[in-house]
Design a protein around this ligand. Structure first.
Ligand SMILES: NC(=O)c1ccc[n+]([C@@H]2O[C@H](COP(=O)([O-])OP(=O)(O)OC[C@H]3O[C@@H](n4cnc5c(N)ncnc54)[C@H](OP(=O)(O)O)[C@@H]3O)[C@@H](O)[C@H]2O)c1
Length: 285
């Protein structure tokens, strides 16, 4: 089974490469293939003829996206439309990723796949547009919404990940302010990659939520990192308003993995357990 992996330098891609070790993986880093260069994209996929195209590429600096809506839509939607068309031409399965930020945070119980999206930001809106292109064009696709990713490689698009940022700030003795009124589910990219592999074996195409189990605020997430590391960090819970980020974010964006359960795939482990493994793997504990 030949797999083209786009965005191969990213944190999710890093773990997909680790987990899909029995597949023929051909990774394309951003430097090797820019998905907004459509002719090149079509040529590269055309000469490779992959059975599966996995697209992890995204423009996801959420606040920056507010200033660059054109670029956001180009990378997160228009290029995804092109990829969906190419997947049909090649008769390849398309695996594409979306985000909890397609939701508006109006609920206080986990969102299921059929809940109405209501993105609050340019990023969320552009990702939702990408979703609709996949759903309306691709024939065989897995469209996966996930949340709060952190992984060994660190997000190349965001320059690290939340866990590493917290550790760095604590080591530098900084006063750390973290929002306590946005509820999410931190998700370890290794665990996500394992579930994607399981899902790909089902041939049950469609839209899926895939995250760790449980939920917490970003403040609780940070506190748990310091707790596990036995570090007494100078940390303060603040509100979204006090933080004052440019892009609006949902106050609650926990995703229920209902569709996954319906195809017989068990829930992922609790986010705290996954965090512990991540910290061990990185040699922190
Ligand atoms: N990170 C999160 O918390 C999170 C949460 C929910 C959903 N997601 C979604 O999950 C997916 C994977 O995220 P991730 O955290 O693994 O991101 P990541 O680490 O930033 O990886 C994305 C990769 O795509 C590359 N890329 C960016 N623009 C590209 C382009 N135009 N053409 C080709 N490659 C391009 C990036 O390269 P450069 O860095 O060199 O530009 C990077 O290597 C994305 O679809 C994202 O929207 C992420």
């Amino acid at each position: 089974m030949k797999v083209a992996l786009i965005g191969a330098n990213g944190q999710l891609a890093y773990d997909i490469l680790r987990v899909f070790d029995d597949y023929e993986m051909i990774g394309f880093t951003h430097a090797e293939l820019d998905i907004t260069h459509f002719d090149e994209l079509r040529d590269k996929m055309g000469s490779l003829k992959p059975d599966i195209i996995i697209n992890t590429a995204a423009y996801h600096r959420v606040d920056e996206c507010e200033d660059y809506p054109d670029r956001s839509f180009l990378v997160n939607a228009i290029a995804v439309r092109e990829l969906a068309k190419i997947s049909v031409e090649m008769d390849a399965v398309l695996v594409h990723f979306s985000t909890d930020y397609v939701f508006g945070g109006d609920k206080d119980t986990p969102y299921i796949e059929t809940d109405m999206p209501m993105p609050l930001s340019v990023y969320g809106t552009s990702k939702l547009a990408g979703e609709y292109f996949v759903r309306s064009i691709a024939r065989r696709f897995y469209l996966i919404r996930t949340c709060g990713l952190y992984g060994n490689a660190g997000s190349s698009g965001k320059g690290g990940n939340f866990v590493e940022t917290m550790i760095k700030l604590a080591k530098a003795g900084k006063h750390i302010r973290v929002v306590s009124d946005q509820i999410v589910t931190p998700t370890y990219t290794y665990d996500l990659a394992v579930k994607i592999k399981e899902l790909l074996k089902t041939d049950s195409y469609g839209l899926y939520h895939i995250t760790s189990s449980g939920s917490c605020s970003w403040y609780e997430f940070a506190s748990e990192i310091f707790n596990m590391l036995s570090v007494s960090a100078d940390i303060e819970p603040i509100t979204t308003e006090e933080f004052g980020a440019k892009a609006r974010r949902p106050s609650y964006s926990v995703l229920d993995n209902e569709a996954l359960r319906k195809v017989g795939i068990s829930d992922m482990r609790e986010w705290k357990e996954a965090l512990g493994d991540y910290l061990k793997e990185k040699g922190y504990i």
